[in-house]
Write a protein that binds this ligand. Structure first.
Ligand SMILES: Cc1cc2nc3c(=O)[nH]c(=O)nc-3n(C[C@H](O)[C@H](O)[C@H](O)COP(=O)(O)O)c2cc1C
Length: 331
């Protein structure tokens, strides 16, 4: 099944790449809830150099399940030839598209001239896109920010035009600069301008926390991308996708109704993985899910000590029993 950004139903709803969170198990959970074609998940960023050096950990990050289709795998790096090499590997794995990270603000990435540091080197950014686009037949996209130190309209538009001319089929634009990192409020005006001026596929990103935010920010764009607000609330993606189709999505009424999805997420995570490692990596997701639940602090403490599927299931069984008792008490 060939994927194209051009033919995907609009508006697109994208799960943002979130390092340490948007792994295969989480993406599968998000897709399972939404089940619609226009929900697209982006993987967490993976280093092309690590793929080149056959790092086992990086290959593990490329794991995916067909239920996630259309999945976009995100790569970062600076070596044009490594992008071409990694791209071919990903294409052979059957993924839908490849995204290039040109927005990561962390020092670990930028000090190596990768991520948002590419905003300062538009020529290399374009060369990377060109090298990857030539090597693969799946669409290549770029995720970036409004600028490095500050927003300069001419520089930003020049950067976007450069990567589009080099072959990028879609831009995901986060309405902040590298210096802002995650502070302040995302500015969507330059994102609308990029869509208007360049006439290419553009997804807007930054600070969407609700259906109202998504409706309010969509404007002239092809879609919206949501990251942090989905943590503990993967139902938000399905809700926004339904709202964009003028449908109403029935959210789980409470924790009891959320538990089946949470349990499924845990099962996806341990499937074919080292169980202890998978459960440890999952702890932060589980803590997000139960935030706000009465007695959450005690359950989070217990979760932070979990190592196995049985440990986690026991906690959920306990929560279910407590919830059932509460229901009886209310009745
Ligand atoms: C914990 C965390 C990890 C992130 N990892 C990535 C990443 O791997 N690749 C990327 O392009 N952006 C990454 N981002 C940025 C998000 O994709 C997104 O652009 C940003 O969070 C703004 O969107 P939001 O307000 O909906 O969260 C990350 C952000 C956070 C908070």
């Amino acid at each position: 099944m060939k994927f194209s950004w051009d033919t995907l139903p609009r508006p697109i709803v994208a799960l943002a790449p979130l390092a340490g969170y948007t792994d295969s198990a989480y993406r599968r959970s998000v897709k399972m809830l939404s089940g619609t074609e226009n929900v697209v998940c982006f993987s967490e960023l993976t280093s092309v150099a690590a793929i080149h050096h056959k790092s086992r950990e990086s290959y593990r990050m490329l794991d995916w399940h067909p239920d996630e289709f259309p999945l976009i795998m995100q790569l970062f790096g600076k070596e044009t030839e490594f992008f071409a090499e990694a791209g071919k590997i990903l294409e052979d794995m059957g993924i839908a598209g490849i995204d290039i990270n040109m927005g990561c603000p962390t020092c670990k990435i930028t000090s190596n001239e990768c991520g948002s540091a590419l905003l300062k080197n538009p020529q290399l950014a374009a060369e990377i896109v060109h090298s990857l686009s030539r090597a693969v037949s799946v669409p290549v996209s770029v995720k970036t920010r409004l600028g490095y130190d500050c927003y300069d309209e001419k520089r930003f538009m020049g950067f976007c035009k450069g990567v589009v001319d080099a072959g990028a089929k879609l831009l995901s634009l986060h309405g902040r600069t590298r210096t802002q990192a995650f502070s302040g409020v995302a500015d969507w005006e330059p994102i609308y301008l990029a869509k208007r001026e360049l006439g290419i596929n553009v997804i807007g990103n930054g600070d969407i926390k609700s259906v109202a935010d998504a409706h309010g920010r969509l404007g002239n764009l092809d879609g919206v991308m949501i990251g942090r607000a989905t943590l503990g609330d993967p139902w938000l993606i399905a809700e926004v996708a339904a709202a964009f189709r003028s449908e109403i999505y029935v959210r789980p009424a409470g924790m009891l109704e959320k538990l089946p999805l949470i349990r499924q997420h845990v099962r996806f995570a341990v499937e074919g993985s080292n169980e202890v490692k998978a459960i440890r990596e999952l702890r932060k997701h589980l803590a997000s899910y139960i935030k706000g639940f009465e007695g959450a602090k005690m359950y989070v403490e217990k979760i932070m000590k979990c190592d196995t599927l049985v440990d986690v299931e026991c906690i959920f069984d306990e929560m279910e029993a407590v919830l059932a008792e509460r229901l009886v008490a209310v009745a």
